[in-house]
Design a binder for this molecule. Structure first.
Ligand code: SAM
Length: 263
């Protein structure tokens, strides 16, 4: 489905994004620049955010009083907004700081007019603040969208340490520099010792890149959803653990992605 009005928000990249309706009834965009949708249209934008990112992370972290979350990258903000929706729906008292890099400023500025699902209606003032100021803060939530390349954001001294990482870049084939062993090394250096990372990618190369940086690797399954990956710096119970040493023996060709192949 294409929305003529929507195209108008990208005067310099007019032909580069197209509105698509996902199978869960929520909207996402198709990026002509990256030749890829922002979400799995089959799993659905909101459904994917909740099931692959928010729920698996919060099932291990919701007892914490404060949480710092790195949301890579902001895009339409579904992962950030689904986090706030989940916290409000479950009346959690957790104080949350979300930091999210995104280099497409025009996209973030346009989000105040994006057709989000009704679940996000209560978040309207937050969506407007982020779209206008790239920032929102109240007693419980602090959200910062950093309009910059994600790789330079992570190397800044001022970037805090995180409890949760949502690794949701475009695919390794189309955005390789956000999936390399070196990238995960930077992510690891910003993680607290019990941090958890959730991602839609189940590729051996990606799991290896995480494993080589000290993450334990798990399969996450949810209803009506393709399975996904949970990586954790401490051993978790309740998820299917993947023995990466055994995987390496069984798949001796598998390699993590390296910066030098893409820079
Ligand atoms: C798959 S989308 C993210 C979807 C988002 N998590 C959501 O829930 O709506 C990937 C996003 O990464 C952004 N991006 C790609 N490479 C980037 C980089 N090096 N630094 C910052 N943002 C980047 C793109 O502009 C796009 O918005």
């Amino acid at each position: 489905m294409e929305n003529e009005q929507w195209k108008g928000y990208f005067p310099d990249k007019r032909e580069q994004k197209e509105l698509i309706l996902c199978e869960d009834g929520t909207n996402t965009l198709y990026s002509k620049e990256f030749d890829e949708p922002y979400h799995s249209t089959k799993d659905g934008a909101l459904h994917e955010s909740l099931e692959k990112y928010v729920k698996p992370s919060f099932s291990y972290k919701k007892e914490k009083e404060t949480l710092a979350i790195l949301d890579i990258c902001f895009g339409l903000g579904y992962n950030t907004f689904a986090t706030l929706y989940y916290i409000k729906k479950h009346h959690l008292k957790t104080k949350v700081h979300i930091l999210s890099p995104e280099f497409d400023e025009a996209l973030v500025r346009s989000l105040r007019d994006f057709s989000y699902p009704p679940e996000f209606d209560i978040l309207k003032p937050i969506i407007e603040a982020i779209s206008e100021h790239f920032f929102y803060e109240d007693e419980q939530f602090k959200i910062e969208v950093i309009i910059e390349d994600a790789r330079s954001v992570l190397t800044k001294k001022s970037t805090p340490s995180f409890d949760i990482v949502y690794q949701d870049a475009f695919s390794p084939a189309h955005n390789p520099l956000l999936w390399t062993k070196e990238w995960f090394g930077e992510v690891r250096s910003r993680c607290n010792d019990d941090a958890i990372l959730t991602t839609y990618s189940t590729a051996a190369a990606i799991r290896l890149g995480l494993y080589e940086n000290g993450f334990f690797i798990f399969v996450h399954r949810a209803e009506m959803m393709r399975y996904s990956t949970v990586a954790s710096l401490e051993m978790l119970t309740g998820l299917e653990y993947i023995d990466m040493e055994l995987k390496k023996v069984r798949n001796s060709e598998a390699r993590s992605m390296r910066d030098q192949e893409y820079l």
